[in-house]
Design a protein around this ligand. Structure first.
Ligand SMILES: Nc1ncnc2c1ncn2[C@@H]1O[C@H](COP(=O)(O)OP(=O)(O)OP(=O)(O)O)[C@@H](O)[C@H]1O
Length: 568
């Protein structure tokens, strides 16, 4: 068993270094030292995850639960803890200070270290797991008891990283890229083998353990598995789509539906549906499960498509309508009748035991067509997205116009020879749609409203993402463009994410919720840590199909700012 103390020491060391190479070396040291059984846990922990992202398991520990546990473990009041957090600005440093104080009053620190059995990585995981699984009556107490146990058994430094891990933010800047390189370094395996193993498993914990056990051979034997979702391949906007099509010579053109992405796993009669964020949404969409069971003729398959909400004439409804269906947990059947769904399939990654992601799109397409059956009367509920392969730019424009006239978003332009690259946004999938510059930004703070809206959150501080530092950087405040209903919805979503208490009606929010924001212009500004500010930001919609790390980046903000200058 590896001690959590060792893990905390590595975190502390990484926090002090800024070079990526040194960070990677430290993570590689950790991976080398951890027992193979605990390696998946340590690999996730170092990326601030308790459960692998694909598992959809939520830790569900909010700040108030954490404060109560710290308070119980130390005897300090919750109010004092909140005020300490306002000074330190961080739950980790706060936990460290509280535990230092506690140990000082309790026993001599060295005798504590001698008496206390060391926490192992497995023990920390088990306590988190038990806390996350507690439900129903008495569950709060059980959650607190498990966290309290961890704080009672930890050194101040361990408490610092336990409390940050509880909120799934270690703040040490270690993401997938660093861990991928660290696995290659730690076990002397080629980086491209690690990358491919990650694409098919979507789990660096599994990859690390395989590399440690049996090197390249074990990595090559890893494959896609039903019910372990793989990351979605993504597209990018092209500054000159005509030039890109010319370069491809021929491109595969498909309608771009404005709905919600869905990844379908079928094994025999069992069907599981995952959202773009890889959440399991099967229970919300029983009608979609029925459609797949009836029309997908494969023993096992993983399919990619877009679910669109339609009206009685089969016309697409607003994007928000389909998200309502995805979110819906109760009254599912009743709601399903209200908002019928159409499933448009456009890719296949796995069929009857075979991984297809390394095949070119044209081949995958044949496989997809071979296993989807829809009769004329059913063509409203399921179809394979029509695809035209052409290099004729006029024809592309014609298909684009037809898509817009039919109420869709535009077209996708795909490279017919491209493989399916999970999690990648690149030139093999391009999108062509009418230009309206918006940004997807993350809520990091909020303020109560005034007057009639005093019991609702009325304004939102929004931030972009910096993938290099893994931090969110504020670019503005949004308070316009929202209806009362949207304010209510957002107030509900955000009230569980408040952090560190409230000061003058203003409070910090854990970065979880993504909003799409329109704006007039981006300006340079010293007021925000991003160095930019949005002029006249306006709310467009909630993007709860997007994870915070998928928000627009500081680099994109810089690029849009640069383009504005060129237009002047
Ligand atoms: N035929 C299609 N092929 C691929 N994706 C499609 C298709 N039709 C609709 N889509 C949707 O378009 C998205 C591709 O655009 P992108 O990857 O850039 O997502 P996005 O960031 O949500 O962008 P947008 O806001 O423009 O949808 C896919 O995630 C999918 O949900």
């Amino acid at each position: 068993m590896t001690s959590f103390r060792e893990f905390a020491e590595i975190c502390q060391a990484i926090e002090k270094i800024s070079s990526t190479i040194e960070t990677t070396n430290k993570v590689a040291d950790l991976l080398k030292n951890v027992d193979v059984e605990e390696l998946p846990l340590a690999t996730h922990f170092i990326m601030s995850e308790v459960f692998p992202a694909w598992s959809g398991k939520q830790l569900g520990i909010g700040t108030s639960l954490l404060y109560s546990s710290l308070s119980k473990a130390s005897g300090m009041s919750i109010r004092s803890i909140e005020s300490l957090i306002r000074t330190t600005g961080d739950i980790g440093e706060t936990a460290l200070l509280i535990l230092k104080e506690k140990r000082k009053n309790q026993v001599t620190f060295s005798s504590f270290l001698e008496e206390q059995p060391e926490l192992s990585i497995t023990e920390v995981y088990q306590r988190f797991k038990t806390a996350s699984e507690a439900s129903g009556k008495g569950s709060q107490e059980l959650k607190i008891k498990n966290l309290q146990f961890l704080f009672n058994s930890s050194t101040p430094r361990e408490a610092k990283y336990i409390s940050r891990l509880a909120l799934e933010e270690l703040r040490i800047g270690v993401g997938e890229g660093v861990v991928r390189d660290a696995i290659a370094r730690a076990f002397s395996v080629p980086a491209d083998k690690v990358e491919h193993a990650f694409m098919v498993t979507n789990d660096l914990g599994i990859v690390a353990a395989a590399a440690k056990k049996d090197g390249i051979e074990a990595l090559e034997s890893l494959g896609i598995e039903i019910n372990r979702p793989i990351k979605m391949m993504l597209s990018q906007i092209s500054p000159d789509i005509d030039a890109d099509i010319r370069e491809m010579k021929e491109a595969a053109i498909e309608w771009k539906f404005d709905g919600a992405r869905v990844q379908i796993h079928k094994s025999g009669n069992s069907v599981t549906l995952f959202s773009r964020k890889l959440e399991n949404v099967t229970n919300s969409l029983p009608d979609l499960v029925g459609i797949v069971r009836k029309h997908v003729k494969a023993e096992s398959a993983i399919l990619d498509g877009e679910a669109v909400a339609v009206d009685e004439n089969g016309k697409p409804r607003a994007f928000q309508e389909i998200l309502k269906r995805f979110r819906r947990k109760y009254d599912v059947e009743e709601k399903a009748l209200g908002i019928p769904i159409q499933l448009n399939l456009f890719d296949i990654m796995y069929l009857n035991g075979k991984t297809l992601i390394d095949l070119p799109l044209v081949e995958r397409r044949k496989a997809l067509e071979s296993c989807v059956e829809s009769s004329v009367e059913d063509s409203k509920s399921i179809s394979v997205d029509e695809q035209v392969i052409t290099g004729d730019l006029e024809l592309v424009e014609k298909i684009y116009r037809e898509a817009l006239n039919a109420g869709h978003e535009g077209v996708m332009v795909k490279n017919p020879n491209s493989t399916y690259s999970p999690g990648k946004r690149g030139k093999n999938w391009l999108k062509k749609k009418p230009l309206m510059e918006t940004l997807d930004l993350v809520v990091v703070g909020a303020e109560w409203g005034y007057g009639r809206r005093a019991n609702l959150i009325g304004s939102y501080s929004v931030a972009c993402y910096d993938p290099e530092t893994m931090r969110f950087m504020q670019v503005g405040k949004v308070g316009t463009g929202l209806t009362d209903e949207q304010l209510k919805e957002l107030t509900e979503m955000l009230s569980g994410l408040m952090e560190g208490g409230e000061a003058g009606g203003v409070f910090a929010i854990r970065p979880k919720v993504v909003l799409e924001i329109a704006f007039e212009e981006i300006q340079k500004s010293p007021n925000y840590d991003s160095g930019f500010a949005l002029r006249f930001p306006r709310f467009i919609r909630i993007r709860d199909d997007k994870a915070p790390e998928e928000a627009d980046t500081i680099q994109r903000i810089g690029r849009v700012y640069g383009q504005q200058l060129k237009r002047l």
